[in-house]
Design a protein around this ligand. Structure first.
Ligand code: MEV
Length: 413
């Protein structure tokens, strides 16, 4: 695999050719549809597929290794911003903790919570062995139930189960154990189970990504570079102070994260719920990233929980999810979580850089012009000139402006 340059100038067919050259073992076609049989087995009342564009953000350096990252997204500027961010941030260093799912058996009518706590503590080993017996396959793979603890909330008593899902999402596996275990728990604590379900809050399974960007590389001269670095730091500080900004700041991060989650067939709702809950772990909803100046460097860091999977569920049946994982070198779940954190950080850098300098509209307008040119019916030879003309317009550009300009271009030929 090598660095890929100038992808944006190529046609989709030429891009596929470049990717095939880089990934000779990966099956890359123009339209790898879900088959009717597969899709029908995935959800209830299936009647047709819904398509979204899939793009590639090339040339991420993560822990010294090169990645071309598949992204599925409808928002025009996201892949461009990720690619731009990757180019500017340089090598991204990541770390992660092994993933732990947490499940809950929530009980009501527990008359003596103190006594219930003592019983569960005393029976912990027995209960863990019982839980493992309901999860034989996961235990064989080196995972399964890991620990049990309790907490009382007003009149509710909750038993928590830690669970190692290996590289799977693990939702069905842990929910099965919780349901199987709950009768025994009800008897031990003398209560009635209200529900048994995994939690999407995983504040201990954190992933981090860090970059160290030479300040001088940020702009064309020292003064502009320094100002840009200071403004990125201020933007980061502000996103810790004001929930209105923090939400948008984190939405920008999730632009990149969700796009890779979609491309790799992961449950983006689960990850989003966990990430946004973690953004409030201090009590206030805050930014997931931090930017600081350290000597001659702008240093950025992201820290967040990313419960992702690389085997099982959708991943084993969805052709493009498999293709995406292959493009990423078939990472395990922990490695994938680190790649995704790196994308979130680069995405955030690109957004902040644009926001505190030229604003984001300029970049958005170029992409908008490209979309309008295609919608207006410009062919490959006409599109570059029409895009240029659209970008030069002083009035707001629309499909009718694009159609009019294209007609004039054709008349003058
Ligand atoms: C737009 O989808 C994302 C941004 O609003 C993110 C941000 O404001 O940081 C540009």
């Amino acid at each position: 695999m090598t660095e890929i340059k100038g992808l944006y100038r190529l046609s989709p067919e030429q891009r596929r050719a470049v990717l095939k050259g880089n990934f000779p073992d990966v099956f890359i076609e123009s339209d790898t549809q879900l088959t009717e049989t597969t899709a029908d087995a995935m959800i209830e009342n299936y009647f047709q597929n819904y398509s979204l564009p899939m793009g590639i953000a090339p040339n991420f350096q993560i822990n010294g290794q090169l990645y071309h990252i598949p992204m599925v997204i409808e928002e025009p500027s996201v892949v461009a911003a990720a690619s731009n961010g990757a180019k500017r941030v340089g090598n991204i260093i990541t770390t992660s903790q092994p993933r732990e799912l947490i499940g809950q058996i929530i009980l009501k009518e527990v008359i003596d919570p103190e006594q219930a706590t003592a019983v569960i503590e005393k029976k912990e080993h027995y209960l863990l062995d019982l839980a493992k017996s309901f999860s034989i396959n996961m235990v064989k793979r080196g995972g399964g139930p890991t620990r049990i603890w309790t907490k009382t909330f007003e009149s509710y008593f909750t038993v928590y189960l830690g669970f190692n899902p290996c590289d799977a999402m693990g939702a069905n596996a842990i929910n099965h154990v919780l349901e199987a275990l709950s009768e025994e728990i009800e008897q031990l604590v003398n209560g009635v189970a209200l529900m048994r379900i995994l939690s999407n809050y995983q504040p201990e399974s954190l992933v981090t990504a860090k970059v160290k960007i030479p300040i001088l590389s940020l702009a064309n001269n020292q003064a502009d570079s320094q100002l840009l670095a200071q403004n990125i730091v201020a933007a980061s500080e502000y996103a810790h102070l004001d929930v209105y900004r923090a939400t948008t700041h984190n939405k920008g991060i999730m632009n990149g994260i969700d796009a890779v989650l979609m491309a790799t067939g992961n449950d983006w709702r689960a990850v989003s719920a966990g990430v946004h809950a973690y953004a409030s772990h201090t009590g206030d909803y805050q930014s997931l990233t931090d930017w600081k100046i350290e000597e001659d460097y702008l240093v950025g860091k992201i820290k967040l929980p990313l419960a992702v999977a690389t085997v099982g569920g959708t991943l084993s049946v969805h052709p493009q999810a498999k293709q995406s994982l292959a493009l990423l070198g078939n990472p395990d779940a922990q490695q994938l979580s680190e790649i995704i954190a790196a994308v979130g950080l680069a995405q955030n850098f690109a957004a902040l850089r644009a926001l505190v300098s030229e604003g984001i509209q300029k970049g958005h307008m170029s992409l908008h012009a490209r979309q309008l040119a295609i919608q207006a019916g410009a062919n490959e030879a006409e599109a570059p000139r029409l895009i240029e003309l659209l970008k030069r317009q002083e009035k707001t550009i629309s499909i009718s402006v694009a159609t009019e300009l294209l007609a004039k271009m054709r008349q003058n030929r």
